[in-house]
Design a protein around this ligand. Structure first.
Ligand SMILES: [Zn+2]
Length: 491
């Protein structure tokens, strides 16, 4: 059981209650009672004159990659070719991997983390329990999506054709390593129920259905998830239309449109988060807005995996609640959500004088991100009644060379924000980061363990690399020849 929630009062030099929407307040006291903000009021003096308080950030889509795939040779390239190379990872315990990732995110100001769990072994339950423990120890809120899939693990359809593109001697090894035998929808739903029952005493953890994506899930599985979510009220988190090949596969298999199909089965609701949505069409965005579906935009990842650029501005204009995710693939491999904010702001803004994507939209995306993770509405602004999820930046360092009183703090956070300016992070009033260091775990000791595992890999890693490369070359031919667009009854 978590410890009782804290009560405290601090006065800070500057506070942004709704960054981008309301001007900063100066010299204010912040009172937290039982993990909730009770009062914000003017203060005579300030205990922390250099602190700039703002709402903690949320990472609305991630996989808890404590080890960057780059370091074991999974180099940035198209998603369909990159995915097989994740098998090159030396074995790292799920706890250590998730704890390192969450610690880095927390040091970058993230208080809520959406973790889509990619199983690394047959013991998925044990892995997910380790991820939950890592979140408890680091102290962040965790949304955990249980991976659910039952088809197309080798390629989008036509596995026989894909295997034919491989040398005959590789076929059984590729099948054995990458082709997952499908489990029944009932067995997969049961795993979600079992995990949720285990974590039910901790309100920092929200277990969710995690259908991997339309091309990896049968209609039977998607329909069973839609029904279960309606019955339990549990959220659903799914990759949708991340790449051009997924769009083309979906257009072949759902002639009415894959988003229309998801609506027909009742999956589009405020309980659903779509990750990516790069290849959404304007009418589909309007439907998502009507249904209250949240879309997580994951820009760094999309750049690195050659997926394209999500229509962030168009989603916002269509009224779709839009969140931001790091997807374990931040452009600098540092899980720094403050830098990601800036990348999104500049990359998705119009060219020229129009300005429909504002600071307010960017910061509000983090509020929607907290809903993606927790299914709650009371996280993401600093005002009485909201959860005390608070980020304290070192304003003095951030503004060291700034002309006083000319520059708005929210604009400055956008222009310069980075993990190195994070002093403290509180989640439900509990300290998670203090003086730039994670409080709940010995991050350096875990990092040292992981470094040892990476620099002493098993021989298997080296013998696997040529097979991965031959598989990637078969996939290049498969998608180049358009096999994913050819209909087949069992695809
Ligand atoms: Zn992802």
């Amino acid at each position: 059981m978590p410890n009782p929630l804290p009560t405290w009062s601090k006065s800070v030099g500057t506070l942004l209650s709704h960054p981008g929407d309301q001007p900063p307040q100066h010299q204010v006291s912040l009172t937290v009672n039982d993990g909730v903000i009770q009062a914000i009021a003017p203060a005579e003096t300030s205990d922390h004159p250099d602190w700039l308080a703002l709402p903690a950030l949320a990472n609305a889509h991630d996989h808890g990659r404590g080890v960057a795939p780059f370091v074991f040779g999974a180099l940035d390239q198209a998603l369909e070719l990159w995915l097989p190379s994740l098998k090159l990872s030396p074995p790292i315990p799920s706890y250590e991997s998730a704890a390192l990732a969450m610690a880095r995110m927390a040091r970058g100001g993230v208080g809520s983390v959406m973790h889509c769990h990619n199983p690394a072994s047959p013991n998925v339950m044990e892995e997910m329990l380790q991820v939950c423990q890592a979140a408890r120890d680091v102290g962040v809120r965790l949304g955990l999506a249980v991976s659910m899939n039952d088809r197309n693990s080798l390629s989008y359809g036509h596995a026989d054709r894909l295997l034919n593109l491989l040398p005959e001697s590789d076929r059984s090894a590729v099948e054995q390593l990458w082709n997952q035998p499908p489990r029944s929808p009932q067995a997969q739903l049961q795993l979600v129920d079992d995990l949720a029952a285990t974590c039910s005493d901790d309100d920092r953890i929200t277990i969710q259905y995690g259908p991997r994506g339309p091309q990896w899930c049968s209609p039977e599985l998607l329909e069973a998830i839609a029904e279960a979510s309606a019955n339990t009220g549990r959220r659903v988190h799914m990759h949708v239309l991340e790449t051009r090949y997924q769009r083309e596969w979906a257009d072949t298999h759902y002639p009415q449109g894959v988003i229309t199909y998801l609506d027909e089965i009742g999956l589009l609701s405020p309980r659903l988060t779509i990750a990516h949505g790069i290849w959404l069409k304007p009418a589909e965005m309007e439907l998502l807005a009507e249904r209250g579906v949240i879309v997580s935009v994951n820009t760094s990842s999309n750049l690195r995996l050659r997926s394209g650029l999500a229509p962030y501005r168009q989603l916002v204009q269509a009224g779709v609640p839009t969140a931001l995710g790091l997807d374990g693939m931040a452009i600098n491999d540092d899980d720094d959500a403050l830098k990601e904010l800036r990348l999104n702001y500049h990359l998705h803004a119009e060219v020229g004088i129009e300005q429909s994507l504002t600071l307010s939209h960017l910061f509000r995306s983090h509020r929607y991100g907290a809903t993606v993770v927790t299914h709650r509405q009371d996280i993401g602004t600093l005002e009485p009644g909201m959860a005390a999820d608070i980020l304290m930046l070192n304003r003095a360092a951030l503004m060291a060379d700034v002309v006083p009183d000319l520059c708005d703090e929210a604009a400055l956070v956008m222009a310069r924000g980075a993990a190195r300016y994070v002093d403290s992070l509180y989640v439900a009033g509990r300290p998670v980061v203090a003086a730039g260091q994670v409080v709940g775990i010995d991050e350096e000791a875990i990092a040292a363990d992981v470094r040892h595992a990476l620099t002493h890999p098993p021989d298997r890693v080296y013998s696997l690399q040529p097979l991965v490369q031959r598989y990637q070359s078969a996939l290049t031919q498969f998608y180049g020849q358009g096999w994913h667009q050819k209909h087949s009854d069992n695809a």
